[in-house]
Design a protein around this ligand. Structure first.
Ligand SMILES: Cc1cc2nc3c(=O)[nH]c(=O)nc-3n(C[C@H](O)[C@H](O)[C@H](O)COP(=O)(O)O)c2cc1C
Length: 383
């Protein structure tokens, strides 16, 4: 099976290449009656958009067009297709890459698998993160549907290169990071991040970093034992993001250094419900959500396309050569990666909520649609 689709009940299929006519997504499995508009989808897309300070200079408006699946502002239950046109294409930057594959990018593996003549080298083709605009569009629909249970999903930039936020960040601060050009959770950190990026880009280099994200007000019991555990599906979704190199949740890799007595949490009974006192498991036990906030982190590598010359091979001669990548690249892909992480988390959460019957799979009632609209409006105004 090809790998362009994800999800069992909320099934997304993305299409499009970096320098083709556009990118988009087909979402199958949406219940009828969900109020959704192009403005709702754009609300999320604006936070991933290139052409802003400290991210790729590619000037894309990223205005989504709904091609199918909506009638009079509500989903019909038919596949919802969202299309985003590519407007600012400059393929001339990629002529050199055609014969000199970038050492940290997908160029050579794509050539070796699909053949040199079939490889769309312009802008990275299908391997380009332009495709993630389609994921964020689908994520907006997923986030809105999750408003039935007021589920909130937000990420922020926990570390950038050597700079790391050590103190705990609240979900509210993570949501408000959408207003920061570096997705920093606080102003003092934003200044440190900006300084670091400006210094590194001056040297023609790039930075990696870590996104921390939350799923709050998580319904209990998302996840299907044993292969479709919530942690397993979340990990797969996160590692499918271009440039993602690591995933952990709860105590993560640090937990492997602890003793059982230190890693275990304490179960308490408060306000008529069971709770885990310190949420060390990051909201997932036995592969099922336990009602605590899901907390996870995704590591991103430094952008591979850098101006600093690096060694590669010229495919015409097989001789060693250097490549200095010019073009409009993100100095740190992790910044725009935050929106993509949020979108993928929403896609996984809504898929499992449909599978568990927590969201109706056929049709939403008017009351449910009104509740979704009310919670969505509140979410949009949060910062
Ligand atoms: C939002 C986002 C933006 C990206 N922008 C760039 C970019 O400008 N230049 C680049 O070389 N890679 C960029 N990438 C990463 C590449 O798409 C990725 O490294 C490449 O497809 C190879 O895949 P891999 O790193 O997962 O192995 C970006 C990734 C994301 C998530």
């Amino acid at each position: 099976m090809p790998g362009n689709s994800l999800g069992e009940r909320f099934r997304i299929t993305t299409f499009g290449e970096s320098h083709g006519k556009g990118v988009g997504v087909v979402i199958d499995g949406l219940p009828a009656g969900l109020p959704i508009s192009e403005d709702d989808i754009y609300f999320e897309l604006q936070f991933r958009r290139p052409g802003r300070f400290l991210v790729s200079g590619r000037r894309e408006t990223d205005q989504p067009i709904i091609l199918s699946g909506v009638f009079e502002g509500r989903t019909t239950g038919a596949p919802l297709t969202i299309y985003i046109e590519n407007k600012d294409i400059m393929s001339q930057f990629y002529e050199e890459i055609r014969y000199k594959p970038r050492p940290g990018h997908a160029d050579l593996p794509y050539i070796l698998k699909y053949g040199f003549k079939n490889w769309d080298y312009r802008g990275g083709g299908r391997a380009s993160a332009r495709e993630t605009a389609a994921r964020v569009a689908a994520g907006a629909v997923a986030k809105k549907l999750l408003m039935l249970h007021n589920v909130l999903i937000a990420g922020y930039l926990k570390s950038l290169g050597p700079i790391e936020v050590k103190e705990p960040i609240t979900i509210e601060e993570a949501i408000c990071s959408r207003n920061s050009p570096t997705r920093a959770p606080r102003k003092d950190i934003e200044e440190l991040y900006e300084k670091e990026i400006l210094e590194v880009t001056k040297e023609g280099d790039s930075l990696g970093g870590v996104v921390e994200a939350f799923i709050a007000n998580t319904p209990i019991g998302l996840g299907e034992p044993v292969f479709d555990k919530f942690k397993a599906d979340l990990a797969k979704a996160m590692l499918s993001i271009p440039a993602a190199i690591g995933f952990e949740y709860g105590l993560g890799f640090y937990g492997a250094k602890l003793k059982g007595s230190e890693a275990n949490d304490e179960i308490v009974y408060e306000n008529n419900r069971y709770r885990w006192k310190y949420n060390k498991a990051g909201g997932i036990l036995g592969g099922l959500t336990n009602g605590e906030n899901v907390i996870f982190r995704v590591a991103f590598k430094p952008t591979s396309s850098i101006r600093k010359p690096q060694y590669t091979v010229d495919l015409r001669t097989n001789e060693r050569t250097t490549i200095s990548v010019i073009g409009r690249h993100d100095p740190a892909v992790v910044i725009r990666g935050v929106s993509v992480v949020e979108a993928m988390a929403a896609i996984v959460a809504v898929d499992h909520a449909l599978r568990a019957g927590i969201i109706p799979s056929v049709r939403l009632s008017k009351d449910q649609a009104d509740k979704i609209e009310e919670n969505w409006e509140r979410y949009k105004k949060l910062c």
